[in-house]
Design a protein around this ligand. Structure first.
Ligand code: ZN
Length: 499
């Protein structure tokens, strides 16, 4: 049954009802009395701009109906922005039921039946209340339903079923339309994605730049919570706040969690997702390369979901105890000159001021990076050929499919199938890792791009500096030595990870 047919049927029932019951109503109905009071009920399924006008029109039509019939208006109830199928409570509807049940009104005026009802349960509640109280339901876009007669109840019920069918068909149509849009890589509404304009297709450059920088930072080891802080300080706003616990309805405040939601979104790599799966290349431009996005997602999977506490010291957790090898822990006041490091497992191994250690390690690092061959430190990362990896990946997937066909055709045995499949699968898994590596952005880039290495280092955040140290060297902290007042370089070991 098409929508047009449903509407035609609704009109038919409507007109038949009007013809048949008009004379009867004039004599039986409380609503015919000049002194009758009416409550008006208005509903719109969403309050997006433009549809507000719909409520105004409904209201005017309903008021005119009351005026023409000489009914006093008792109250006007309104429900807004609540979908007919969402199951949310409708305060206006409940107030309307109160009016009916308390005997305050003898008429309910609404624009159409589908504006009045939401689901079978509410529909029955209203009908039963109207029936008990002998209230007439007057529809501007329909007819009057007198619930004191069996005929009136029958017609009301038929109209209700038709309206509900229409709602359901509309929902089916929307589902199909959404699926189709997804497979074509198109967007089908929703809130504005961070990094894009409201159309979801045009890139909003300021935000896109922040997203790109966030991927770089995150992949260099900067915690999500730090990125969130930076975004908040930069005055960037998100429409993603509903994801943040305790922030619903408040001005958008980024948290590590909400930044994670943004970075995990495949749309940033130009991928269209439908029901949680990437189904197509999107029509909108990507903000970052697919490898970058995949690397970030891979990194998030490997990390505990609990937000990490931001480190306050350069070497906390990075440096090792020179006696037992346990990580060094940072402590003391955050102010410069009052921090310390100690062995996590045994206070007796070492406990010393952090500042001289930090300065020494930074200087060693800067000296190394200032040498002409500093670029060698990152050569390994740049040799990954992503294009080749992608084509090999595609070839292996095809091979996997064809092996299955060969088996089905009886060309190969089950044991051969298993051997080949296992081999291909393990290579694919390996390649997932390589592709993720390829996306790991060059941590040193910002430093080597600066005028001097020192200037680059100074411009880095604490987390980024920690990432650089983690990438390049192993730091070992030894006890400072009994009674030693001056800093001895040999009490801190710096070993290069890359020759
Ligand atoms: Zn130790």
């Amino acid at each position: 049954m098409t929508s047009a047919m449903v509407q035609a049927q609704a009109r038919l029932i409507d007109s038949q009802m009007s013809e048949r019951f008009k004379p009867e109503r004039a004599t039986m109905n409380a609503a015919s009395s000049k002194s009758a009071t009416a409550s008006i009920y208005l509903r719109i399924s969403s309050d997006r701009s433009g549809e507000r006008a719909g409520v105004t029109r409904q209201k005017e039509d309903c008021e005119r109906r009351a005026r023409e019939r000489g009914w006093m208006i008792h109250a006007i109830h309104e429900d807004n922005d609540l979908s007919a199928r969402s199951g949310k409570r409708r305060p206006g509807f409940e107030a309307l039921l109160d009016d009916v049940e308390s005997g305050a009104v003898s008429v309910v005026v609404a624009w159409a039946l589908d504006r009045l009802q939401r689901n079978r349960r509410d529909e029955l509640r209203l009908y039963e209340a109207c029936q008990r109280a002998g209230v007439t339901l007057s529809l501007v876009n329909g007819a009057d339903l007198d619930f004191s007669t069996a005929a009136g109840r029958f017609v009301a019920d038929s109209l209700g079923s038709v309206a509900r069918l229409e709602v359901e068909m509309k929902s089916d149509r929307q589902c199909r339309a959404q699926e189709q849009a997804a497979k074509q890589g198109r967007r089908s509404g929703g809130r504005r994605p961070f990094g894009y304009e409201a159309d979801g297709v045009t890139v909003r450059e300021r935000e896109a730049e922040a997203v790109r920088a966030a991927y770089t930072a995150y992949l260099s080891g900067v915690p999500l919570a730090r990125i969130a802080k930076d975004w908040n300080e930069a005055g960037l706003h998100s429409d993603q706040r509903r994801f943040a616990k305790g922030h619903e309805g408040e001005p958008s405040v980024w948290t590590g969690q909400t930044v994670g939601v943004v970075l995990r979104n495949p749309r940033n790599a130009g991928k269209r997702v439908y029901k949680g799966e990437v189904v197509a290349d999107a029509v909108w431009p990507a903000i970052v390369a697919e490898e970058t996005w995949a690397a970030a997602v891979g990194r998030m999977k490997g990390q505990s979901p609990a937000p990490r506490k931001l480190a306050r010291r350069l070497l906390s957790g990075l440096a090792r105890c020179g006696v037992c090898g346990a990580p060094a822990w940072g402590g003391g006041a955050a102010r410069r000159g009052f921090g310390n490091y100690r062995c996590r497992d045994n206070y007796g191994h070492f406990a010393r001021m952090s500042e001289p250690v930090d300065d020494y390690v930074s200087n060693v690092l800067l000296e190394r990076l200032a040498r002409p061959d500093a670029a060698d430190l990152m050569r390994r990362e740049e040799t990954v050929d992503t294009a080749a990896l992608h084509s090999e990946y595609a070839a292996l997937r095809t091979r996997l499919d064809s092996v299955a066909i060969d088996f089905a055709d009886g060309v190969i045995e089950r044991s051969q199938l298993r051997t080949i499949t296992t081999r291909i699968q393990s290579r694919l898994t390996e390649m997932d890792g390589e592709l993720a590596d390829a996306g790991r952005v060059n941590v040193l880039g910002p430093m080597l791009d600066a005028d001097t290495v020192e200037a680059g280092w100074d411009a880095l955040s604490l987390d980024h500096r920690r990432a650089v140290i983690d990438l390049l060297c192993n730091v070992t902290i030894h006890p400072p030595g009994r009674g030693v007042r001056t800093f001895r370089p040999e009490s801190v070991g710096v070993e290069w990870k890359v020759a």
